[in-house]
Ligand binder design. Sequence first.
Ligand code: GDP
Length: 358
Amino acid sequence: SLTLGIVGLPNVGKSTLFNALTSNDALAANYPFATIEPNVGVVPLPDVRLDKLAEVFGSAKTVPATVSFVDIAGLVKGASEGQGLGNKFLANIREADAICQVIRVFDDPDVVHVDGRVDPSGDIETINTELILADLQTLEKALPRLEKEARTNKDKRPALEAVKKAQTILEDGKTLFAAGIGKDDPDLRELNLLTTKPFLYVFNADEGVLAEESKQKELRDLVAPADAVFLDAKVEAELKELDEESQRELLETIGQDEPGLNALARAGFHTLGLQTYLTAGPKEARAWTIPQGATAPQAAGVIHTDFERGFIKAEVVSYDDLMAAGSMAEAKSAGKVRMEGKDYIMTDGDVVEFRFNV
Ligand code: GDP
């Protein structure tokens, strides 16, 4: 499955956040046989729709979609020069599908900041500079080959141009993602560049900043078009230790209506380019993970490869229409249930039953 790699400078709260992400009893109950690597945190994607569906269909349980975060230790200045853990660090990021940067906003005299001061935009620049330098190295290595190929084969010229353009952007100190060049760019894809991956920023803030809209807007603007999530990693870790009632009380005292990890799971899911569709029956109400833009047969294939191969039709009703009608039978008689064919592009929140040949 797709993963977000968690990176950040030392002492910004990565381990605290990662521990909060991984201490997850609800998930262990739903996925008892999943072997999970120690550095991988699998987080359920909170979805209130599942409980409602379970009510309507009398489902015995709900199974949410999940998002996977990988803890990537070891970013230091000079990582791109292969210092210390640098090389391993960059190799680990290369394997991740998106980059989740943890940025320290909390002020705490007891927690040393590597550069001696709390400076979110300076920290972002430090991290991005390492990633940018690593990409520049990759491009410099690729250039001589591409130039040679482009001389004899004009089909290679777009690739050469793309590499040169990417170089200019990076030399300007910008990530390729921020410049609108993504990892699916056909001319750059094979180079597996780090800064073409989608970015997500987690601002580890204390109560003050969590309540301060203007400060948040400033930081959001700083990292746009990337998604930004604000949370207090220490509070998130504490919440995991509490029962539901005490959780609610703690959230109330800090003026939040849900744990920050919920927002992080949603933002992570979105950053990875994923969406869900829903199924429901007596056994379970379940959210299935598909890429944005997936067709109905591709969606069926997530349940079972046979479903994709033998796909005939999908019976689809939007979650909102189904809830408005009150039951599947009522939704049908109201004409809200559609029969969709193999070209149908799935929409988030589709409630689906597939018809297939075996
Ligand atoms: P890492 O080096 O990025 O993994 O950082 P850690 O998670 O080990 O955190 C470094 C220190 O900062 C620890 O003492 C944490 O308890 C503390 N810390 C982490 N998050 C917060 C926070 O949100 N507020 C405060 N005040 N301290 C935090």
